[in-house]
Every structure is written in C-alpha cells, then in structure tokens.
Design a protein around this ligand. Sequence first.
Ligand code: AMP
Length: 546
Amino acid sequence: MQDLPKGLMQDWSMTIDKVLDHALAVYPYQEIVTRSVAGPIVRKTYAEVHADSRRVSEALLANGIKPGEVVGTLAWNSEMHIETWYGAMGLGMVLHTLNPRLFPEQIAWIANHGEDRAIFFDTTFMPIIEGIAPHLPNVKLFVVYGDDSVIPADTKIPNLKSYESFISGCSGQSVKWGDFEENTACGLCYTSGTTGNPKGVLYSHRSNFLMTLLSMQSGALGISDKDVVLPVVPMFHANAWGLAFSGPASGAKLVMPGARMDGEAIYELLDSEKVTVSAAVPTVWQMLLEYLRKEDKKLPHLNAVAIGGAATPEGLLRAFEEDYDVEVFPAWGMTETSPLGSVSKLPVPLQGLPDEEKMFHKLKQGRPPFGVELDVVGPDGKSLPRDGKSTGHLMVRGPAVAKAYVKIDKDILDDRDFFDTGDVGNIDEYGQMHITDRSKDVIKSGGEWISSIELENIAASHPKVAMAAAIGIAHPKWDERPLLIVKKAEEVSKEEIYTFFEGKIAKWWTPDDIAFVDDIPLGATGKINKLALRETFKDFELPDAG
Ligand code: AMP
C-alpha cells in the first residue's frame, strides 16, 4: 500500500464490549426474554444482562482463565449464553460456540483443536459433556447453566460448577472490558465440515463489529428498537446470523427460544412476546406453518422473517406472504462470512413486475449489504457478466470474510483476495445474486450443469411432496444424470411429479428417475445431507444407464 498522510480522527478500537455498553447507555430498559431449558420464561433487561456479563468476566478471571484463552459453549439461545459471550469477549477471551448437533467425538475434536480452556453448557447436554470430558485434557473448568440443583450428586465431570454459584459473590465492578486492539480474536466457529475435518473460522472484534453495523442496514436485516426479534437460528450456527450483536446494538428486544424450536413452541413465543422479526432455516419455518395450519392460528404481530442457511422454497415464501401477511427475506451467508453475505429485498425498479416475475427475483439470494463484495467467476478466475445468466463460482470479499482457517497453513484467497464460497451462481444487473448450487452438488450432465437446488425447489413445491433432494448418479454417456429423492407428504406417483416439472425446466434437466424414501437425512445445521444420500444411492442404477 502507498504511504500517504493520515487523517486526524480517534483510534476508537472497534471491540464488541462496546455493543453491550451501548445497550446499557441507550436501551437499559429493553428486555432479553428466554424460554429457559427448565421451562419457565425468564426476563432480564439489557442493564441486568450487562451487569451479569461483567460478573461472568470476574468469575472467569477468578477461575484462572486468561485473556487470549478460549471459552467454549455448548448451549441453546438464552440470556445466560449471551452473558457468557460478552463476559468472555469483553476481556479479550475467544468465545467458541460448539454445535451440539454434531457427534460427541466431533465436538471433542473441535474443542481440542480450538484449545478450549472452559466449557459452559446447558443441562440438555450433560450426557455429551460426561462422555467427552475425559477426552478434553485442556479444559480446566465446566459450568452448567442453572443453580446447584442441576448438578447430579454422582457427576463425573471434573471442576463442574453451576452458573449461579459460578457468578455468585462476583460484583463485576472491578472488571475492565476492551482496551485491546480491534483485530484481537473474538469468536471461533467451526464449519459443519461435510467433507474432511471441520475448519475453524476465527472472528476478530473488528470483523464482528463491522458485521453488526452492516447487518443493521435497511437493505440487510435492518432491525431497530421498535423490533422484537426472535433468533431461532442458534448462536452456535454462525453467530445466530449476528443477532446476538445487532440486537443489543440496535436496542431490539430479543426473544430466545432455549431448547424448544418446534412449531408450537415458536408460535407461543411469537404470539405472547409480539415478535416482529424472526430468523431461521427453512425446516423450522415448515414446522411452524404445519402447526399454524393444523391449529388454525394467525401471526398478527410478525412483520418479517429472514430465511437462510438454504434456499427458500417458493411454497414457503408464498405461504408466509399470502396466507399470513408476513414479508420474507431470503438471506445467504456462511460461517466464513460472519455470516451475512446477502439479503433478498426486491430492487425498486422490479417492484412493478407481474407476480410471477417478482417471485423469481424475490427467491434469489439477494444483494450484498454495503461492506460485502460479491463476484461470480468462470473457470479461468475472470469475472462473468452481471446478466443474471452467466453462472460460475461465487466469490466474496470484505472486512468480515475469513482469510484463513485456524491451524491450516493454506492460502484460501485468490489473487484479488476473494474467497471462493464453494457456491455456484450468477449476479444480475441489479446486483441480485442467485445461487444455483453448491459446486460439489451441481449435477454435471454432458459437460453442462444441472442445478440440484432448482430441481429440489420445484419438487418440494408440489403439495404432495414433503421434502426432495436431487443428486447426480454416474451415467456411462452423460457422466452424471439427476436422481430425485422424495419424501412424500401424501400418496403421490412418479407421473404426477414428472407432470409437475413440465414447462418449469429444460427437458434435459428432467430427473432420470425418482426414488421414494421415508426420510431424507439432515446434517448438523439442518441442511440436506447429500453426502449420506450419495452413499445410500451409490449403487443405484438409472433406467436407461445399462
Ligand atoms: P454454513 O457455513 O454452515 O452456514 O453454510 C454456508 C452454506 O450454506 C453456503 O455456502 C450455501 O451453500 C448455503 N446457504 C446459506 N444460505 C443459503 C441460501 N439462502 N440459499 C442457498 N444456499 C444457502
């Protein structure tokens, strides 16, 4: 970089403790409401959460955990989990969210790889911790959320304390937050790792701070102190899409669902707390809609839902908008992008389009907020035209995008410092990005690409189909041809599904066969587990492949 004169502005280190300090200064009355794992609803103000976060800091130091060391959590979304985040991050410790949906051996591997020194967890996960504790030699402290009554008398977990006794006796008064450089490590999250070992993404205070600001733009999630926000998306899944930061930063009331994410439980919170904005993966919303239909309930308070982690099916978007008057914002992101990368809100010039065309644009993954750059490149690494058609590898660049993985000595950026997302898609003249596949899931037929996601979305919008997955099956002539795997919602024939595809896709995209299954396996973040499906169907013979 060139050496030019410096501006004369303050060096105000962008550290994440300032988020909760801001909430205390400006929204001390605002609440975080949690459905506790034990059942009852717990209410705390931001002022109380701030005070208890400082008590956590004091207790961590008193128990020998030092700034720079890693504090793990295996926990649902709750006010205590938030306090642990800020209590650790505020001191310059690294908060490592562990995903309880992984196998215990994987959790132990990740905690060891991350060098966790302490682990906080919910009672739900007591059996997991009991099983893995002997394999976690670096962990000096275990804290279970609750009071002493949640600790079994015969527990084998060493150095186990209850959260209440851990912070009792601490006032938090003496604690000093911040006062370190903004590029200091702040949070750690491992990608779900469908192939090979999971990879650690190490966020900095600066990256989380900037992600907080950029996610609050109106073109992104745009929440404010008028909102009541229910993050169903777990804090262990890419920082709950930043809501544990943007909630307090914007003064929104947060409603934390704890361990229950079924349709009934989510509906109850949406209704009783008058939630205005919520965020979750499509499967959660499908469960909610099933419940609403069965019980004939409405959603009078809810204004908008963000749907991310996987493509938004058209049926889901239509049900929310047409039956419940709730706006839908499909959103794309990944652990490596902190996570928000784009949000789909219809560009102004497209708002007058006929319904069908509007739907096509709304279902795209959307436009990046200011602070995220997207590009689509061809096999030669050169940018493709922004015409909504030229499809290639989706690349991303920005101050909240990973430049390396923890302890992996490999350059993951291209020569322009863009990160290859592993997604395949295109960008149109309005900057709207559309993902057509994962690069490893795309079905390569005769040198051309068939989008597995598009086949899945069309099949899943058939009223008699509960869920659908498309995978490529080896073919002697075409390399690969699509097989559609369907979980029925009610009795449906192959012919009915084939008829449904007619006119919606090019003829050569039509699946060569359809297999019906009782269940489609999901991975640890609720997405279809294609790896498992490929294994199950590895010897499948397509009708004309012989
Ligand atoms: P993770 O790091 O577990 O959050 O996974 C990130 C990946 O999820 C992305 O690279 C995409 O493949 C997928 N993904 C996330 N959001 C969307 C979306 N809105 N549409 C399609 N795929 C998505």
